[in-house]
Write a protein that binds this ligand. Structure first.
Ligand SMILES: Cc1cc2nc3c(=O)[nH]c(=O)nc-3n(C[C@H](O)[C@H](O)[C@H](O)COP(=O)(O)OP(=O)(O)OC[C@H]3O[C@@H](n4cnc5c(N)ncnc54)[C@H](O)[C@@H]3O)c2cc1C
Ligand SMILES: *[C@@H]1O[C@H](CO)[C@@H](O)[C@H](O)[C@H]1NC(C)=O
Ligand SMILES: *[C@@H]1O[C@H](CO)[C@@H](O)[C@H](O)[C@H]1NC(C)=O
Ligand SMILES: *[C@@H]1O[C@H](CO)[C@@H](O)[C@H](O)[C@H]1NC(C)=O
Length: 616
């Protein structure tokens, strides 16, 4: 542990020297962006590329050249890596009995190891459910699986409805995907080219092909077309895309060679560009609060953000497993002539706002934080995709054929839109805990489920203390509203996929299911009821796509934190740009949508700056 910490500091000094521009004194920039993930990274780069001196502050270091991060296939190692890991210990509900049944509950044994399970050793300290985040240049887009998917059109259009701002119309948002995307030559499916992807799906002697065809039949697709659909563009354009049930080719923010493409790549390219864009990156710097102009903190005046307070040094945040209790760093103030933009992610952005006096007045007073503006919505409305999996052990190795990816609609989905994103293949995915995932050998077969449009967003991020090095208290309150229906949708999805497993035949069959229904999957074998499966998903569902804790909303909505231009309500010179701005959970995977809003925010901010400058 000590060895690690020292080597880490050495590394960070080298990086500081590479990235920090000559010290300005006092430190002043046009814009300060806090956090370099999908929300803050592209935004900071765009502001600098537009000529505005911009400081990007990141609590973590840079692992852009570390193969664990640079090659996307290592994503599980990356998410477990102590070099960047921030462990948030969260709850899924307010019910201690329900929490006590979560199979991957994690405990601190006190001897430097974790215990994961339901039977902790004597004296172990309860931590909760691990929710990994990456503190690193590029944020969680540096340890994620890189899956790129788009929200349903309505997930964008709801912002138009709430705010009247038509720039959020789904058809307009497409241009931001194009802006972040560098498509590699041509998409598969071009009639004038040959492709070798998905040829496995034409091989009738594979169990996977039989499963594929059966899924097609059960979800209303033409089994004869299944092999072709496997390479369909999942980011396709069309009026009825959200109602389309189909197999697709999973898309990644990565190159065809499997190199991760993330905000880290874009930030590095911006710094290295011979044009000399005015971007400064400060690593290993924890922003502790936003500074306001004292002259505006008087009745009748609108508080104006003028900078941030920063504590400098590595591993200063308690979520960092390398954090040594009591360690502090020097505190300094950095000023922004134009604006401060908070992009710390769904847990940290509301925490930073609250520490700065922007949040629910009652909560702030409890911790002695002077209230700058009473904004009750900060840290509320936390939502996430519910996830679960059908996991089994086949009778033969499963790693001989490709992955099945599909978006489909379960029979009782609340609308005509598809409500499940699923992918099946030779892997295990059962959520997150220290050391995840479990290795089940090469006969493992999983269909992973991501549920779309959860009806409950009753979660919250609340302060535990006024100490900025402390983590907040996070409770997702899964299934609080409409939970029974969402659980039913998950069960229906599992039932459809299990039915397809029965078609596997030799050599994979029979598949021994481990969950949600224990036992061999065979024709005619109904082993557990919908109610039992519902209970399983209620207790064991997991998630890793948190969103919506600083939501955009209308002028008449007291819970709205931001207006449609990402401006924090009730103050000037302050915005939030990251996954916390979405009023509803954006589709199945938030990373690409967050990069899209990041470049949208840059456009909005630059436009406003030019307008203001013209007036002056
Ligand atoms: C293991 C895992 C796998 C995932 N897989 C996928 C996937 O395949 N596809 C997908 O779409 N999504 C995936 N996600 C989710 C996705 O990565 C996130 O939704 C996305 O990164 C959110 O972007 P963000 O900018 O809001 O926040 P983040 O990515 O969390 O970035 C916030 C940044 O701010 C920094 N920061 C926070 N507080 C401070 C502070 N006080 N001072 C300075 N810096 C600060 C952090 O260090 C971090 O770098 C995954 C997430 C995890 C955890
Ligand atoms: C937006 O409002 C219109 C009119 O009230 C409604 O028909 C539509 O369903 C709403 N769309 C969303 C995404 O909320
Ligand atoms: C089909 O799959 C089987 C089993 O893996 C394999 O032996 C066979 O060579 C494959 N056929 C073709 C045409 O690829
Ligand atoms: C603003 O007020 C705070 C609290 O009274 C004080 O600590 C700080 O020094 C003031 N800042 C400036 C720039 O005057």
């Amino acid at each position: 542990m000590h060895y690690r910490l020292l080597s880490f500091i050495t590394a960070s000094v080298a990086l500081q020297a590479t990235y920090a521009s000559p010290a300005l004194s006092p430190e002043v920039y046009d814009y300060i962006v806090v956090g370099s993930g999908p929300g803050g990274g592209p935004l900071a780069a765009e502001l600098a590329r537009a000529g505005y001196p911009t400081l990007l502050i990141e609590a973590g270091g840079d692992e852009g050249e570390n193969p664990t991060y640079a090659e996307i296939q290592h994503f599980n190692e990356a998410a477990n890596d102590e070099a960047t890991r921030w462990d948030f210990w969260v709850k899924h509900s307010d019910d201690p009995e329900r929490e006590a049944k979560f199979e991957h509950t994690t405990w601190d044994t006190g001897d430097g190891t974790f215990y994961v399970g339901l039977d902790p050793p004597e004296g172990a300290k309860y931590l909760g459910i691990q929710y990994p985040r990456a503190a690193v240049l590029g944020g969680c887009a540096m340890h994620n699986a890189g899956v790129c998917s788009l929200p349903a059109d309505d997930d964008w259009n709801i912002i138009v409805n709430k705010t009247g701002d038509t720039s959020w119309e789904a058809k307009n948002m497409r241009k931001y995907l194009k802006k972040i995307e560098k498509n590699e030559y041509l998409l598969p499916g071009n009639p004038d080219h040959g492709y070798d992807d998905a040829s496995w799906a034409k091989n009738e002697s594979l169990s996977q092909t039989r499963i594929l065809k059966k899924i097609a039949e059960l979800t209303g697709q033409d089994p004869k077309k299944a092999a072709e659909l496997v390479s369909r563009d999942i980011l396709e354009v069309g009026d009825d895309v959200d109602e389309t049930v189909s197999f697709y080719n999973m898309a990644f923010h990565a190159t065809a060679k499997g190199e991760r493409s993330s905000p880290n790549s874009y930030i590095r390219a911006t710094l290295a560009d011979p044009a000399g864009y005015p971007l400064t990156v400060k690593l290993h710097a924890l922003v502790t609060r936003v500074l306001f102009d004292n002259a505006t903190l008087i009745p009748g005046s609108t508080p104006r953000a003028i900078g941030v307070e920063v504590m400098t040094g590595p591993s200063l945040y308690r979520a960092d497993p390398k954090h040594v209790p009591g360690t502090k760093g020097p505190i300094s103030q950095i000023y922004a002539k134009r604006e401060v933009i908070i992009s710390g992610g769904v847990f940290n952005s509301p925490q930073i706002l609250k520490l700065s006096g922007v949040g629910p007045a009652e909560e702030l007073k409890k911790f002695g934080i002077p209230v700058v503006v009473d904004l009750p919505g900060v840290g509320e409305n936390l939502g996430d995709n519910y996830e679960g999996s059908l996991l089994g052990i086949a009778s033969s190795p499963t790693n001989n054929a490709g992955q099945i990816t599909l978006l489909f609609r379960t029979p009782n989905a609340p609308t005509k839109k598809r409500n499940i994103y699923a992918w099946c293949g030779s892997f295990s995915f059962e959520g997150f805990w220290p050391g995840f995932p479990t290795w089940y050998g090469n006969k493992v077969y999983t269909c992973a489920l991501v549920h779309l449009a959860p009806k409950s967003q009753a979660g919250s991020v609340k302060l535990r203390s006024a100490n900025p090095q402390d983590t907040p208290e996070i409770n997702f309150r899964f299934f609080e509203h409409g939970g029974d229906h969402d659980l039913q949708e998950l069960v229906e999805a599992a039932n459809i996929l299990r039915e397809a497993w029965k078609a596997a035949g030799e050599p994979m069959a029979p598949i021994e299911e481990l969950h949600p229904c224990k036992g061999p999957v065979q024709p005619g074998s109904e082993r557990c009821s919908d109610e039992e499966q519902k209970e399983y998903f209620k207790l064991q569902a997991y998630s890793h796509h948190a969103s919506s804790t600083c939501a955009i909303g209308g002028d008449d909505d007291p819970m709205a934190v931001l207006d449609s231009k990402f401006r924090v309500r009730g103050v000037k010179g302050l915005r939030v740009v990251d996954a916390s701005v979405f009023p509803v959970v954006p589709g199945a995977f938030p990373s690409c949508p967050t990069m899209m809003i990041s470049v949208k925010a840059a456009e909005d901010i630059i436009e406003e700056a030019r307008r203001t400058d013209k007036k002056l």
